[in-house]
Design a protein around this ligand. Structure first.
Ligand code: SAM
Length: 170
């Protein structure tokens, strides 16, 4: 479920944040924050009117993050990424401008992976962006079937080194 032995590096965090539209986004979603390495950096750059919805399944990570994060525009949710649509609806948001994911998708059963990707594509605005890191290029074809545009960036200074997929339809 966690998919990694140690948290991601600040170098990977920088590459993950690079394509987040901080200036224009009304709602940003983070899936699988773990210890919150990306969450902290996203909050630092969050515009005053932007909301951040953070979804974590693991109870301990969720409790720790909830205790740490005080920003009133940041909503920490204990739940599964597959319920993204309902979670956004419950918070009063219709769509998300950007979904940033650290989920270990390739470790998941196929059905869960499909449910999560359907939830992501359903909730994104037409100009929305999906950003996901993976340790391999295995997901490239999969993302290319879902999104019109897929670009890949490499984060060498991470253990293990990671690929950052940036996907959109516009
Ligand atoms: C590889 S860790 C990434 C943690 C952190 N973002 C980082 O990069 O260091 C994956 C995270 O996804 C969470 N996770 C796994 N399945 C999930 C699901 N269905 N919904 C939400 N979070 C999930 C795990 O509990 C874990 O915190």
């Amino acid at each position: 479920m966690v998919g990694s032995l140690i948290p991601s590096s600040r170098f990977l965090a920088k590459k993950m944040l690079h394509n987040i539209p901080f200036q224009n986004a009304k709602v940003i979603v983070e899936l699988g924050p773990g210890t919150g390495i990306f969450t902290e950096k996203i909050i630092e750059k969050l515009a005053p009117d932007t909301h951040l919805v953070v979804i974590e399944l693991n109870d301990v990570f969720y409790q720790n993050l909830s205790a740490k994060v005080t920003n009133e525009h940041c909503h920490i949710v204990h739940g599964s990424a597959s319920d993204l649509g309902k979670i956004l609806q419950d918070l009063g948001f219709e769509k998300a401008d950007c979904v940033v994911s650290s989920l270990p998708l390739t470790n998941f059963p196929k059905d869960l992976r499909i449910d999560i990707m359907n939830a992501v594509t359903d909730c994104l605005t037409p100009t929305g962006t999906f950003i996901q890191f993976q340790y391999t290029l295995q997901s490239k074809k999969h993302f290319q079937r879902i999104f019109k545009h897929v670009s890949i960036n490499y984060a060498a200074f991470n253990f293990p080194p990671a690929f950052v997929y940036c996907c959109s339809n516009s």
